[in-house]
Design a protein around this ligand. Sequence first.
Ligand SMILES: [Zn+2]
Length: 116
Amino acid sequence: MHEGGIAQSIVEILAEVKEQNELSCITSVTLKVGKMSGVMIYALEFALEAIKCEEEFIKNTKFNIISVDVKAKCSLCGREYQFADTDEMNLLCPDCQMPLSIINGKELEIVDVEGK
Ligand SMILES: [Zn+2]
């Protein structure tokens, strides 16, 4: 369970954004979480909701978490495949039987921050 630590780092980044932009509070934050990032979205939401109460500037922040599907590309034929469910993921190209390389799905990033 490392989502608590991730939530803590997100709050630290938000504190910096707040300082740099001279905001009094953060109103909304959009995060992108890849399905192969190893982060459980519900656990991250839970951790963020818990941490919100501890910091005045994020007390009313709305966290939007976007789940990013895994996208992989065949190293031989270049075809791209998308996987909504990582349990059913096939890491070999169905045509060439070559290993696929992951393009999307490992990210954990803050894509938007709004404040006032
Ligand atoms: Zn292929």
